[in-house]
Write a protein that binds this ligand. Sequence first.
Ligand code: PRP
Length: 191
Amino acid sequence: MAIIDDKLVTVPGDGSFAGREMELLIDAGELQSKVAELAEDISGKYPGRCPIIIGILNGSFVFMADLVRKLTIPFEVDFIKLSSYGSETSSSGTVRLLKDISADITGRDVIVVEDIIDTGLTINFLRHRLEEARPTSVAFVTLLLKDEVAKLDFPIDYVGFNIPNRYVVGYGLDIDQQLRGLDAIYALKEN
Ligand code: PRP
């Protein structure tokens, strides 16, 4: 990957964003401090319980790996893979289930981990789907929230950072499926 310096990254490969510059938005230290804060909050809310932590693939895998390693409570993990096709001109959209969870969540505490909530389509869909299985509780954690864009039917329990409506990448998030391994969050620069 073509890192120019630690504040600027160029998109590699030959995809539609190849060669575009991305600027630092949230550095690695800020991310790790926030993850520790979120883990402490969550641990304090589930004393003596063992929630199932469900990551939404692919983007959440880095955040979730760091988050769970800072929890001080027992927990289990599972994953779900969803794909959403929103429309800029309509509030409706379609969410496809690409991989379902394996765990039985009936009567369990569930914590959903998302890397980013953009339009809110994915998380709204998932909430309805999970509730059909009658868990004891469902809470939502997102590292990033586009609070000016997201249309949510319910409040998000744990939010890392509210961010502007920009294309962001790194720490699990991709551009052309690349750059998920960056340890900080970068935003696409306008041309
Ligand atoms: C991203 C992200 C969220 C979703 C948020 O996933 O990881 O799951 O979009 O967008 P929404 O609020 O508008 O629904 P994406 O479909 O890009 O897949 P990925 O996680 O595999 O990158």
